[in-house]
Design a protein around this ligand. Structure first.
Ligand code: ADP
Ligand code: MG
Length: 323
C-alpha cells in the first residue's frame, strides 16, 4: 500500500506547489471563505494551509488519508456532474505518503477538535485538541523518505515563486474567497473575499494592468463567459498572464488558447499573448475533468462550440473598444 501510494504521489505531488494546490482545492470544496497558506523554505520544509470550512469528522479522518477515498462522489454518474474541485481521493494519501503531515480540524457541531499525525503513510497519533472551526494541514519535509524525488526540486526561491503564482491564480479564480499567502514570515498576498474580479485584478496585478482591460461577456444555454482581456499595450511575450478558469478551476487548454490568440491577432503588435482573466461556466455534463491526476486538463464534448463562442466573444469585446 505505501509503495503504491508513493508511486501515485509522483503523479499528484510533483513539488511543494502541488501540495498547496491540492490542499487549497480541498479547502474551497469544504466551503471555506478564508484560506491562509504559509510556507517556509519554498514549502520544502514547511507548508501550512488553514481554512474556515466545514472541518472533518473524527471518524472520517483515517479514511480521508486512504487512497481513492473521497466524500465527493458516490457513483460513476456523479463523475459526469462534478461540482467540486477534488473527486479522485488521491491527494491526502499521496501527500501523507511522502511527507510528515499534521492535521488539526473541527466541525461546527463537534465539541473539540482533533489533532492527527501521519508520516510516510503511517498513522502516528490522534488526540483531542481545542481549536477553531475549520481545518489546518501542516506538511513538513516533503519527500523526506524519497530522496531521489527531493533531488528534482529546484531552489527554495524558485519553488516559492511557483507557489506565489499559484496563489495569484487561486485568488483570481475565486474573488469570493479571501486568500492570504505568507512566505518566510512575510505576507505577500492578501485578498479580502466578497470581491469583484476587477478588484482582484487590481490587487494581484496592479493598477497598470487593471486600467487597461476590456470586459468580455457572453453566453449561450450551456456556456457562459465572463472576465477581462488586456489591451495590446499590456500584452506579453509568453502565456504567463493568459489565465482562464472553468467552473472555478484553473486549467490549460489548447482550444481556449487558440481562440483567445486568434481573436487577439489583429491587435497584437510586438507581443502575441494578451493578459486575460476569464471565467467560463460550463454545464459539467459537457466537460470531462477526469483526464489527468492534476486535473489541469479538460476534455470538451463540443470543443468547436466552445472555440467559436470564445473567439466571437473576445472579438466583439475588442472590436467595440477604442485602443
Ligand atoms: P478528494 O478531494 O478528491 O475528495 P482528497 O484526498 O483531496 O480527495 O481528500 C479526501 C477527503 O478528505 C475529501 O473528500 C474530504 O472529505 C476530506 N477533506 C480534505 N481536506 C479537507 C478540508 N480542508 N476540509 C474538509 N474536508 C477535507
Ligand atoms: Mg482533493
Amino acid at each position: 500500500q505505501s509503495t503504491i501510494n508513493q508511486i501515485a504521489a509522483g503523479e499528484v505531488v510533483e513539488r511543494p506547489a502541488s501540495v498547496v494546490k491540492e490542499l487549497i482545492e480541498n479547502a474551497i470544496d469544504a466551503g471555506a471563505t478564508a484560506v491562509t497558506a504559509e510556507i517556509k523554505d519554498g514549502g520544502i520544509s514547511f507548508i501550512r494551509i488553514t481554512d474556515n470550512g466545514a472541518g472533518i469528522e473524527k471518524d472520517d479522518i483515517p479514511t480521508a488519508f486512504l487512497r481513492h477515498s473521497t466524500s465527493k462522489i458516490q457513483s460513476i454518474e456523479d463523475l459526469l456532474t462534478i461540482g467540486s474541485l477534488g473527486f479522485r481521493g488521491e491527494a491526502l494519501s499521496s501527500i501523507a505518503s511522502v511527507a510528515q503531515v499534521e492535521l488539526v480540524t473541527k466541525t461546527r457541531t463537534a465539541f473539540t477538535g482533533i489533532r492527527y499525525l501521519i508520516e510516510g503513510g503511517e498513522e502516528q497519533s490522534m488526540t483531542e485538541i481545542g481549536c477553531p472551526d475549520g481545518t489546518t494541514f501542516i506538511v513538513r519535509n516533503l519527500f523526506f523518505n524519497t530522496p531521489a524525488r527531493r533531488k528534482f526540486l529546484k531552489s527554495a526561491m524558485t519553488e516559492a515563486s511557483y507557489i506565489s503564482d499559484l496563489m495569484e491564480r487561486l485568488a483570481v479564480s475565486h474573488p469570493d474567497i479571501s486568500f492570504k499567502f505568507i512566505n518566510n514570515n512575510k505576507t505577500v498576498l492578501h485578498t479580502f473575499g466578497n470581491s469583484q474580479l476587477k478588484d482582484i485584478i487590481y490587487h494581484v496585478y496592479g493598477r497598470t494592468i487593471a486600467a487597461e482591460v476590456v470586459t468580455v461577456e457572453n453566453g449561450n444555454e450551456h456556456i457562459s463567459i465572463s472576465g477581462y482581456i488586456g489591451k495590446p499595450i499590456i500584452s506579453r511575450g509568453n502565456r504567463n498572464y493568459e489565465n482562464y478558469f472553468i467552473n472555478g478551476r484553473y486549467i490549460k487548454s489548447n482550444i481556449i488558447n487558440k481562440a483567445i490568440e486568434e481573436a487577439y491577432r489583429p491587435y497584437s503588435m510586438q507581443h502575441k499573448y494578451p493578459f486575460t482573466a476569464i471565467h467560463f461556466s460550463i454545464n459539467p455534463e459537457f466537460i470531462d475533468v477526469n483526464v489527468h491526476p492534476t486535473k489541469m486538463e479538460v476534455r470538451f464534448h463540443n470543443f468547436e462550440e466552445l472555440y467559436q463562442l470564445t473567439l466571437n466573444t473576445i472579438r466583439d469585446a475588442l472590436n467595440s473598444t477604442n485602443m
